[in-house]
Design a protein around this ligand. Sequence first.
Ligand SMILES: [Zn+2]
Length: 398
Amino acid sequence: MYALKLELKVNNCERTRMARHAGYARFCYNLARTLYLGVMDIKVRRTRKIALIKKTFTNFIKKEPEYQWTKTLSSRVDQNAFIAFNSALERFFKDRGGFSNFKRKKSGNSFTVDISNGSVFLIAGNRIKIPTMGTFRLKETIRYNCCSQTFTISRTADKWYVSFTIKADKIPPLYHSVSAPTGRDLGVSTFATLSDGTVYQLPYSLKTAKIKLRKLQYRNRNKQLGNRKLGIKSSKNTQKFYRKLTKKHADIAQRQRHFLQKTTTEISQQYAHIRIEDLNICGMLANHKLAAAVVDSGFYQFRRFLTYKSPFYGTIVELVDRWYPSSKTCSRCSHLQPMPLQARVFVCEACGNNCNQDLNAAINLASVSNDRVRVRRPELTPDQEKEPTPYADTVRKF
Ligand SMILES: [Zn+2]
């Protein structure tokens, strides 16, 4: 089971329709929150309260003359907004999050629709039929026929996306061309260095996109930004600036994600046994001088992608002990020597080994002894845990 997220090609008319539905979902969620706070102290089970709220909404509130506008919109949206609120409460009571806030127009516009019984058959191609919303054109194609039940439509900087899960397994390729342990070092000048000498560089376009963002911010440094507390309205040009800014940020995020996905897939397909450093990322983020470099390097995402891809490609991802001195050890004679952070070449004082700093560290990671290594397994969603894997059945027969 995995999810697809595809960009929709929408015209202005559809764009408005999407925005109205997103607004409707937000309205329902906030209404559910308000109503729930009203009945919180009554001693009835939570699910019963939510059911009551749903009934009140459909039988009374929707029929009021001032809420007639809801009739033109999909009723699956309000039902799913209540479901979303219920799961937010569930997380809250299981101590996995705080009590939900009101949804705001500013952050995250999305809504969910589903087909109430059965599932939708999606035909391969560049169109998608979304239940109760109609048929839409896609920017990418769906590559195979598949089925799904629930569709979430969301907006990121003027672009609309549809996401849904399909019940299918990714078939793991049986052979990896390299099966020996492969180390990966988080570099400063390069994105990644593997122990066989392969080097991954961050794409140049990412760098230019970041420069463009910085230029935009600098040129608009004197804009009247507005302040709600002081009653200052933001200017029209500021609003234009904000729209441009979100687009630029989304563009950078997209480029970085694309690069990371591509690299991790490539690595997972080629190498069976991958070792990376177990860095204290939370600790590094707390240091504001290091934070930007750590986020830019995408190390956390890189590790997450490698780990969740490991069952698809049959790879083993291992984390090397945080205190292992991978950059201070000579990869040829294991001589330990202090290394300044800026040094790019490792010159061994004992055997004269002259080697690139990143490559040296990568080789060390690959050859580290097994007691300093722990296997990283992907976190499964509760849904995946329930389903038996196809291998489990075959094992039981014998
Ligand atoms: Zn040496």
